[in-house]
Design a protein around this ligand. Structure first.
Ligand code: SF4
Length: 442
């Protein structure tokens, strides 16, 4: 297949191409990127804050597109699961939408009494130029809560720009409650979105080690916890593509250091726990981490062995949003005998792709910000048996007649932590070995 000329820098084959992979670029017009829009990026980050109101200022389609997008669970309030929209129509496009936004906000705040409100601007608001900031300020004064504008017209950049906008919105809350005093041995869990309750597993691991959790941003998020998150001694960032920016801003403003981790696969999950104990230079914490890892891994390995035996020699293509997740997936697949033949992400940076290349096998295709045509071709060329991705990759796998594993926001299966590794092995086994594929190969 011919690759669009301007895309060639964003694709390399390990062992064949020595050059670095080009990334951090705007999507090429006409290439139908697998990425989402700026607004979607901001929404996926902020959505799991469960006691906040989320109002989408725009046509109802934008709200529907991102409704319940992360499937993020809350241990308390469920306000985040409602998708409010000002449902802009032709009349507002011509005469402006500030009035409708003001009345919708006041009505919703009075009805639901949220701890704070996020107001998302979509493409159309970017075009008609409503002063969303001024409306938020005015309604905030009237209602006595923080009403935070999230300026995210879809067309204004990439999904990654939306992440940045969301981090800026969060920074308006961070540091607004509690003293400056740091809580010893405490962390914020940043960049876990509590899909299928994954955050509950992580919380449990950290608490067993004696680590205090000040806030979880944004999975199972609460406005008041985020307000005092500056008191944590350390930020632990998963999903670095979306949330590293928040950690960097908190480091600059509140001197909270951060580290990037991944919770997928035995190696990275254990590494995350050890790194935290090492950071606090706490012997008892380290011993508890060692004990926890020993117990979990000795229970898990024999269970994985059964799947590895059958899966040995299978080939996987990975295309996910975050590059750190892709790195973990290569390792997790190797652990169950599956070779990665294609790997890529929507938002990876140079450092991520360098690691990805280092740990990949010769011949692996690495691709940044791909599109359906390229991905289809790479899957065919490499004879992958399984595609691991999200909602936009699912139809590609089904059309090609190969197995698919949902490793994105829509899934309802916990894949993080030790329990998640077992679920992952079962999922890969079920899809790769499904008897249905004997009918798709002819
Ligand atoms: S691209 Fe624009 S119109 Fe489409 S969902 Fe994003 S904000 Fe809405």
């Amino acid at each position: 297949m011919k690759i669009l000329k301007d895309r060639t820098g964003q694709i390399v084959t390990k062992g064949k191409d020595e050059r670095e992979l080009a990334c951090d670029k705007a999507s090429l017009a006409g290439s139908v990127s697998q990425r989402a829009c700026v607004f979607c990026g901001s929404r996926v980050v902020l959505y799991p804050i469960a006691d906040a109101l989320h109002l989408i200022h725009g046509p109802v389609g934008c709200a529907s597109y991102t409704w319940d997008i992360r499937g993020a669970l809350s241990s308390g309030p469920q306000l985040h699961r409602l998708s409010f929209s000002t449902d802009l129509k032709e009349q507002q496009v011509v005469f402006g939408g500030e009035k409708i936004l003001t009345s919708a906000l006041v009505e919703l705040v009075n009805e639901y009494k949220p701890k704070a409100a996020f107001v998302y601007s979509t493409c159309i608001v970017g075009l008609i130029g409503d002063d969303v900031e001024a409306v938020c300020r005015q309604v905030g004064k009237e209602t006595g809560i923080d009403v935070i504008p999230v300026q995210a017209p879809g067309f204004a950049g990439t999904k990654k720009d939306g992440y940045k906008v969301a981090c800026d919105a969060l920074m308006r809350l961070v540091g607004t409650k509690g003293s400056e005093e740091t809580i010893p041995n405490s962390i914020n869990i940043i960049g876990d979105f509590n899909l299928a309750g994954e955050l509950y597993l992580l919380r449990d691991y950290y608490e067993k080690m004696g680590v205090k959790i000040v806030s979880t941003i944004t999975g199972d998020g609460r406005v008041d916890d985020i307000r005092q998150s500056h008191k944590a001694a350390l930020n632990i960032v998963q999903c670095s593509g979306s949330m590293s920016n928040l950690a960097m801003q908190m480091e600059q403003k509140y001197k909270v250091p951060y580290m990037r981790v991944s919770y997928f696969g035995i190696e990275d999950m254990s590494g995350a726990l050890y790194e935290v104990a090492r950071f606090f230079e706490n012997e008892s914490m380290m011993n508890k981490a060692i004990e926890l890892v020993r117990t979990e891994v000795s229970d898990l390995i024999p269970k994985l062995g059964k799947y590895k035996e059958t899966l040995e020699g299978k080939r996987a293509a990975i295309y996910v949003g975050g590059a750190f997740k892709a790195i973990s997936l290569i390792k997790a697949l190797r652990m169950i005998g599956v070779q990665t033949v294609v790997v890529g992400s929507q938002t990876g940076n140079k450092e991520d792709y360098k690691i990805m290349k280092e740990i990949s096998d010769e011949g692996t295709i690495l691709v940044d910000d791909t599109n359906p045509l390229e991905l289809t071709q790479f899957v065919k060329e490499t004879k992958a048996d399984i595609l691991i991705g999200g909602v936009k990759e699912r139809p590609i796998a089904y059309k090609l007649g190969i197995g698919f594993c949902d490793h994105n926001h829509e899934r309802k299966l916990a894949l993080a932590g030790y329990e998640g590794m077992l679920n992952f092995a079962k999922e890969i086994y079920a899809t790769a070995m499904s008897p249905v594929f004997q009918f798709t190969k002819s």
